[in-house]
Design a protein around this ligand. Structure first.
Ligand code: NAD
Ligand code: MG
Length: 395
């Protein structure tokens, strides 16, 4: 029996994880659930899954959460604040942590789970981008394991040989190929992108996801973050990670071997497959996902990404090449810019402009501990907010 802690339980990945868990009560028990700011959805999940512990990121919501749990007649222990979330991730009562908080807010708890030697199902890609080195050091010390909960990285994981240990050459791998849907604006003329609305950006053609990752998919920053994620997860340099636009989102990514073989993982675009894989690995369990009907799908298309219309992709490669804290700057500026775009304070095309300015600024060399990374992240956010003010006013 695996005992789970699900961080970001009230989000899109959290819902997919719990959907799979509910199908296998004989295999999984929910030990702890955590959410961001909203009490009622978290309390409802507690009523359904009966965890021992629940935590909410917003410290001001503690009394509300405790009251909502009492109203439902539950004895679930409530806690609140970022430290409480990291505490849940390291709780000896769980062996598996689903890290599904969006953004830098998930870094501390993802690191805590790694340090504590858990099986870490990592959806929170921003944590790897900000602090890949720290995360892998913590994993090595903790002795746990990381299973990627990003469809592309999960596909690559499945296409790599068993026991792969972040050494492409030893495994005979030439390149990793990440597929991208291209987002809702794949075929839009560049001139139309400035007027894109948050509603249009969040209407992803193939996947139903949270708002932040939906905007990232529309700018291709999501693929950029995934290039950096692949670098850390698989020990691949940037020049051995390729991006291929594949509008159907049925081939989730590929591994090219030096003998010319190309291995791919296919499936319906449904994150429950990925979560079921991570939860059960190395076994396979039902995920509630319809098998992919290739005859009905009919065709698989591939094209090169348009790097001019979607400059965020190259900004991410640039950050990866620069190394050190550059990916942290890329991520922080992107989070600020995406939030501003969603609040209609910044045009869609301003997102890349804010990130570009953040990468052009001076930055320290290597940053080696969590507090320094969080301090640097905060400093980049302040500069990026000022850039949003300038670019938003000019628009
Ligand atoms: P979402 O917005 O649907 O859910 C985010 C979750 O994080 C919610 O539970 C929310 O309450 C919580 N949260 C927000 N702010 C928080 C804070 N400050 N502290 C603690 N918790 C906070 O997002 P999502 O689509 O589920 O994505 C979650 C993560 O998974 C992201 O990093 C995303 O890039 C990654 N991911 C998502 C998908 C997908 O299909 N949705 C696919 C691959 C990777
Ligand atoms: Mg992905």
């Amino acid at each position: 029996m695996r005992r789970l802690c699900i961080l970001g339980a009230t989000g899109s990945i959290g819902a997919s994880a719990l959907d799979v868990v509910a199908r296998h009560p004989d295999r999984y028990a929910v030990h702890a659930l955590a959410g961001g700011h909203r009490v009622e959805p978290l309390a409802d999940l507690c009523q359904r899954f009966r965890p021992q512990r629940a935590a909410i990121a917003d410290p001001a919501a503690l009394d509300g959460l405790a009251a909502a749990l009492r109203e439902r007649g539950l004895s679930t222990e409530a806690s609140a604040g970022p430290a409480a979330l990291a505490g849940l991730a390291a709780d000896p009562g769980c062996d598996t942590v689903v890290a599904a908080i969006v953004g830098a807010a998930g870094l501390a708890s993802s690191l805590a789970a790694a340090e504590a030697g858990k099986r870490l199902l990592l959806a929170n890609k921003e944590a790897v981008v900000m602090a890949g080195e720290l995360l892998f050091e913590a994993l090595a010390r903790g002795g746990g394991e990381l299973l990627p909960v990003d469809s592309e990285h999960n596909a690559i994981f499945q296409c790599l040989p068993p026991g792969f240990d972040r050494d492409l050459d030893a495994a005979g791998v030439a390149r990793l190929i990440l597929t991208a849907s291209g987002g809702p604006f794949r075929d839009w003329p560049a001139a139309d992108l400035a007027a894109v609305t948050p509603e249009q950006a969040c209407a992803h053609p193939n996947w139903a996801m949270g708002r932040k990752i939906s905007v990232d998919s529309a700018t291709l920053m999501n693929k950029g973050l995934e290039v950096i994620e692949a670098h850390w997860l698989f020990g691949a340099p940037g020049d051995r990670i390729e991006v291929l636009v594949h509008p159907q989102s049925l081939v989730h990514s590929l591994v090219e071997y030096r003998d010319g073989s190309l291995l791919a993982q296919l499936g319906s675009p449904d994150m429950r497959t990925v979560l079921a894989h991570g939860l059960a690995w190395p076994e396979r369990i039902a995920a509630g996902v319809e098998p992919l009907d290739l005859v009905r799908a009919g065709r698989l298309e591939f094209q090169a990404p348009d790097r001019q219309r979607f400059p965020c992709l190259d900004l991410a490669y640039q950050a990866l090449r620069a190394g050190g804290p550059a990916p942290c700057a890329l991520n922080a500026a992107n989070e600020v810019a995406v939030a501003a775009f969603l609040e209609r304070r910044l045009p869609f095309t301003g997102i890349a402009a804010v990130v570009e300015q953040a990468l052009a600024a001076d930055r320290p060399g290597r940053i080696q501990d969590l507090d320094s990374i969080l301090a640097y992240d905060a400093a980049v956010r302040r500069t990026a907010s000022a850039a949003v003010g300038r670019l938003g006013a000019a628009a």
